[in-house]
Design a protein around this ligand. Structure first.
Ligand code: HEC
Ligand code: HEC
Length: 617
C-alpha cells in the first residue's frame, strides 16, 4: 500500500464493507494516533437558503416556479491536498447523499495527521465501480442499488444524481401577447421534471479550497446550491430545454447540469469535531438450539445482498415452525383464519379478493400484499408504517379487521393444541429454539424466518437475460418500453416504468403517488402527517404480477390491461403526483394499443417459474 507513489497514497484501502470485515484488525491497528477523521457534511440549499423539500416556491432564470421532491446522489474519489501540493486519496470510499432521507454526511477516516488546503471528490462512481454489477455490495453499502434507490443499468451504470420535482410554467405577464379573452387568474398547469445524471462522461470532479487542520479530527460543511445547479452559468428552462434528462450522448440538459455542477458546491464552514467512533457490537443469535440445520437461502446472483437479521439466522427447524404458524387458524379469534387465508399460495401469497375479509367476514380496506423478496424491504405495509418485518408480523393477529385475537390467547391455544392434535407445537418450538416454551417473541422470530425464505428471482425474464430462453417479439418490445424514458423532445417514446419499478427486484421500495383517483385512503400521509405524502403508496414489486390481481392498494383494477391503460390515459394530476409521471402529457403516456399489449406481455414474463410456493416447499 505504501509503495504507491507519494501523490497517490491511499489512506483507507477498502473496496467494500465485505472486505472490511476481514481487514478490521488491520485498520484498527497501527497509527491510530497519527491519523485523524474528517466529517464532510453537504447540505442542500437553494440560492443560499436551506432547501425546503416539496415546496413549490423556487424560481429559475426562465421564470418557472419549481419544487424539489428528490435529491439523491453518489460521491466517490475523495482526496485531500496537502500544503505541499500532493494529494492524499481515499481509495474505494463511496458515499450516498439523499435530501429526503437526511443523509448528508460522510466520515473519512485514517487521514494522516497534518494540514491540508483543499478537498475534492467526484459526483458519480469511478468507471470501474460504475461498470460492475451492484449486486456484490453489502446491504448497507452506498453502491448497493437496492439501498440507495438510484437505479443501476447495464448500459449506463448508476444514476448518480437524481433531481426531481414539480414546476409551473411561467405565468403570462403584461408584456406577453395574451389573447384578450384569456382568463386572468388561471395558473399555468403543474408539471414534473426529472433530471438524472448517469454515464461516465458526466462524472464530475469538484475541488474546494478549505484550510483543514487535521492534526485532530475536524469537520467541513459544504453547501450544494440547487439554484446554481439549475441556473449558472447555463440557465435551464423546463419548457424550453426539456423536463427530463437521462444523460444520453449529446443531451444538452445533461451538458448544462455538468457545466453548472462545479460552481454549485461551496464551503460553508470548517469546524473542529471529534466524530464518535462507532464500533458495531457483535450480534448474538437468539435462542439457537444445540443442534440445528442451517437453511440455505438461494438468491439470484443479480440480486443485491439482503440485510438478513443477524440475531435470527435462518435454520431449517425455525423455518418449518414458521410455515406451520403461517397456516395455523388458531392465530385468529374464531379459528377460521390463518395468514394463508389472505396471503394465498396460488397467488404469490397475495389475495385474489379486492380487499381481504377478516374474522366474521369483516372487509378490510386494502388489498393484501404479496409476500416474497421481503428480505430486501425495509418498510412494510402499503404506507410503510412498519419499519421491521418482525415487528409487523404480529400486527395482523391483533388487528380487529384481520385475525382479531390476543397474543396471550394465541400462545395458550398453541400450547394446548399439542394435547390431542398435530402439529405438536411444544415439540416444534423445542426443535426451533432449544426449549418448548411458546412466547410471542418466538412466534415472531419463526414467522419472520418463513417469510424471508419466500423469494422470487427465476422468471422467464431472468432466463432470457441469461440467454436460456427467448422473449417473443411482443415481450421484447414491452421490455424496451418498460426500460425506456419517454422523451418526446428527442423523439424517444418509452413507458418510463423503470423509474419506480426498476432493478432486479422491480421496485425502488419508495413511496409515490402514481396518479390514481383519490379515495379516503390518503396513504403515507396518515403515517407521516405530511400533506406532501398524500396519496403515496409503496411501489409494489412487479415480479409475479400476473398472479397478484387485483391491483393497487385497494385492488381497484382487475387486469394488467386496466393498469397499463391507467398509465396511458388515466393519470390524475395532483400536487403530490410523482414528477416522473407529471412530466408526461395530461392523462399519461398515450401509448397506442400495440404498445399497451406489448407492456402487458412483458409484465407476464416476470412470473416465477416454478411458482414461488411450489419451489419453496
Ligand atoms: C384478513 C386478511 C389478512 C390476514 C389474515 C393476514 N394479512 Fe398480512 N396483509 C393483509 C393486508 C390487507 C395487508 C396490507 C395492509 C396495509 O397496507 O395496511 C397485509 C400486509 C402484510 C405484510 C406486509 C408486506 C409488505 O410487503 O409490506 C406482511 C409481511 C404480512 N401481511 C404478513 C402476514 C402474516 C405473517 C399474517 C399472519 C400472522 C398475515 N399477514 C395475516 C391482509 C391479511
Ligand atoms: C412514479 C412511480 C411509478 C411509475 C413511473 C410507475 N409506477 Fe407502477 N406503481 C407505482 C406505485 C406507487 C404503485 C402502487 C400504487 C397504489 O397502490 O396506490 C404502482 C402499482 C403498479 C402496479 C400494480 C401492482 C400490484 O401488485 O398491485 C402495476 C402492475 C404497475 N404499477 C405497473 C407499472 C407500469 C407498467 C409502469 C409503466 C407504464 C409503471 N407502473 C410506472 C409507482 C410507479
Amino acid at each position: 500500500m505504501h509503495r504507491l507513489s507519494a501523490t497517490h497514497r491511499p489512506f483507507s484501502g477498502f473496496a467494500a464493507t465485505a472486505i472490511l470485515v476481514f481487514t478490521g484488525l488491520f485498520l484498527a491497528g497501527p497509527n491510530r494516533s497519527a491519523a485523524s477523521s474528517l466529517e464532510l457534511t453537504i447540505r442542500p440549499v437553494f440560492n443560499g437558503a436551506p432547501l425546503l423539500l416539496d415546496s413549490l416556491r423556487y424560481p429559475n432564470a426562465a421564470g418557472e416556479t419549481l419544487s424539489v421532491t428528490r435529491l439523491s446522489y453518489l460521491l466517490s474519489s475523495f482526496a485531500l491536498e496537502r500544503e505541499d501540493g500532493t494529494w492524499i486519496e481515499q481509495v474505494g470510499r463511496y458515499a450516498w447523499f439523499d435530501a429526503v432521507k437526511h443523509r448528508d454526511t460522510v466520515r473519512l477516516d485514517d487521514i494522516p495527521n497534518g494540514r491540508y488546503r483543499a478537498l475534492r471528490f467526484c459526483l458519480g462512481p469511478d468507471p470501474e465501480a460504475n461498470a460492475a454489477a451492484p449486486a456484490r455490495f453489502p446491504a448497507d453499502h452506498a453502491l448497493n442499488a437496492n439501498f440507495n434507490g438510484l437505479h443501476w443499468s447495464w448500459q449506463g451504470g448508476y444514476i448518480f444524481l437524481a433531481l426531481e420535482g414539480l414546476y409551473r410554467a411561467r405565468a403570462a405577464t403584461s408584456s406577453d401577447t395574451v389573447p384578450l379573452a384569456a382568463p386572468i387568474f388561471t395558473a399555468p398547469p403543474l408539471s414534473g421534471y426529472a433530471y438524472h445524471l448517469a454515464r461516465d462522461p458526466q462524472r464530475t470532479r469538484i475541488t474546494l479550497t478549505a484550510p483543514l487542520d487535521l492534526t485532530h479530527d475536524a469537520g467541513v460543511g459544504v453547501d450544494f446550491d440547487l439554484g446554481a445547479l439549475l441556473n449558472a452559468p447555463r440557465p435551464l428552462s423546463f419548457a424550453r430545454d426539456g423536463a427530463a434528462t437521462h444523460s444520453r450522448d449529446g443531451d444538452p440538459v445533461a451538458a448544462a447540469l455538468v457545466a453548472n455542477l462545479r460552481g454549485a458546491f461551496r464551503v460553508a464552514g470548517v469546524f473542529s469535531a471529534a466524530p464518535a467512533i462507532s464500533v458495531p457490537s457483535p450480534v448474538k443469535p437468539l435462542y439457537l438450539p444445540a443442534r440445528y440445520t442451517p437453511y440455505r437461502l438461494k438468491i439470484a446472483a443479480s440480486f443485491p445482498i439482503p440485510d438478513l437479521p443477524r440475531d435470527n439466522p435462518l435454520i431449517e427447524e425455525r423455518v418449518a415452525l414458521g410455515k406451520a404458524l403461517f397456516n395455523e387458524t388458531a392465530l385468529s379469534r374464531d379459528g377460521a383464519l390463518s395468514c394463508a387465508s389472505c396471503h394465498q399460495g396460488g397467488a404469490a401469497f397475495s389475495d385474489p379478493r379486492r380487499v381481504s375479509l377478516g374474522v366474521g367476514g369483516k372487509p378490510g380496506t386494502r388489498n393484501a400484499m404479496p409476500l416474497f423478496n421481503l428480505a430486501w424491504k425495509s418498510s412494510f405495509f402499503w404506507d410503510g408504517r412498519s419499519p421491521s418485518l418482525r415487528a409487523q408480523i404480529l400486527v395482523p393477529i391483533q388487528d380487529h379487521a384481520e385475525m382479531d385475537e390476543t397474543l396471550e390467547r394465541v400462545v395458550a391455544k398453541l400450547a394446548a393444541a399439542s394435547v390431542d392434535a398435530a402439529p405438536d407445537y411444544p415439540a416444534l418450538f423445542m426443535a426451533a429454539f432449544g426449549a418448548p416454551e411458546i412466547t410471542t417473541e418466538k412466534l415472531a422470530l419463526a414467522l419472520e424466518q418463513f417469510l424471508l425464505t419466500l423469494t422470487a428471482h427465476d422468471a422467464k425474464f431472468d432466463r432470457a437475460l441469461r440467454g436460456q430462453e427467448n422473449l417473443t417479439a411482443d415481450e421484447q418490445r414491452g421490455f424496451e418500453l418498460f426500460m425506456t424514458e419517454n422523451d418526446p423532445r428527442t423523439g424517444q417514446r418509452g413507458a418510463d416504468c423503470f423509474h419506480c419499478h426498476g432493478g432486479p427486484l422491480f421496485s425502488d421500495h419508495q413511496f409515490h403517488n402514481n396518479g390514481l383517483t383519490a379515495t379516503e385512503d390518503i396513504g403515507r400521509e396518515k403515517f407521516t402527517g405530511m400533506t406532501s405524502d398524500r396519496g403515496k403508496f409503496a411501489t409494489p414489486s412487479l415480479r409475479n404480477v400476473a398472479r397478484t390481481a387485483p391491483y393497487m392498494h385497494d385492488g381497484r383494477f382487475s387486469t394488467l390491461e386496466e393498469v397499463v391503460a391507467h398509465y396511458s390515459e388515466g393519470v390524475v394530476r395532483t400536487p403530490t403526483l410523482d414528477p416522473n409521471l407529471a412530466k408526461h402529457p395530461d392523462g399519461g403516456l398515450r401509448l397506442d394499443a400495440s404498445d399497451q399489449r406489448a407492456l402487458v406481455a412483458f409484465l407476464k414474463t416476470l412470473e416465477e417459474l416454478p411458482a414461488v410456493e411450489a419451489r419453496s416447499y
